[in-house]
Design a protein around this ligand. Structure first.
Ligand SMILES: *[C@@H]1O[C@H](CO)[C@@H](O)[C@H](O)[C@H]1NC(C)=O
Length: 189
């Protein structure tokens, strides 16, 4: 379940007012105490690209979660139609992986399984990303991927077992997914 990683705390603002001597002013306010442990569930910043303000900034990409379940190829096609240069999301480090997990946890807490853009290249045991970026990071759940070298499970999903962990699943299964486009691809501000 999604737990807010924020806790209201008070902070003290100390100001020295030099014109009336040394006067101590104390202001109280709410601020978010983001404890490191809880950073896992913090939503990433908004994507600052015009027209895509409901997307999030993750790594070099703007990303958006779609809850309508589609099979892998339909999900990829939908991403391409949604935005120029769009694809299912590729993941290149643990920070981005956690961000994607946070997004789906917030948007669809009851159904976390979703497609990433990874797929096995013709039963070779090698995985690729639909956006053509390098396969330079992976975070399989223990024991996965189990169906490599067969045509049974060739596409990569997140959150089957274990938070933010990956699994290879049949591409024709329908699930939510995350689309992404490279921020440099469109005017970045
Ligand atoms: C996904 O569904 C479409 C029909 O909506 C079908 O043409 C396509 O072959 C399916 N792809 C997979 C991988 O199941």
């Amino acid at each position: 379940m999604y737990k807010r990683g924020t806790k209201s705390v008070c902070f003290l603002l100390l100001a020295l007012l030099w014109d009336s001597g040394y006067v101590l002013t104390i202001k109280r306010g709410d601020t978010a105490a983001h404890v490191n442990l809880m950073a896992f569930h913090r939503l990433p910043n908004k994507c600052n690209v015009d027209g895509f303000n409901d997307w999030f900034k993750v790594d070099k990409y703007c990303v958006k979660y779609f809850s309508k379940p589609l099979n892998f190829t339909d999900a990829e096609d939908s991403c391409k139609r949604t935005v120029p240069g769009g694809h299912l999301v590729s993941v290149h480090d643990a920070g981005a992986n956690n961000d994607l997990h946070s997004i789906v946890t917030k948007m669809n807490p009851k159904n976390l399984r979703m497609w990433l853009g990874g797929y096995e290249f013709f039963q070779t045991g090698k995985f690729l990303w639909t956006d053509g970026s390098f396969w330079d990071y992976e975070d399989w759940t223990s024991g996965e991927p189990i169906n490599i070298y067969s045509s049974k499970e060739e596409c990569v999903e997140m959150n089957w077992k274990g938070a933010a962990k990956w699994n290879d699943d049949s591409c024709f299964n329908k699930k939510g997914f995350i689309c992404a486009f490279k921020r440099k691809g469109i005017m970045d501000k």
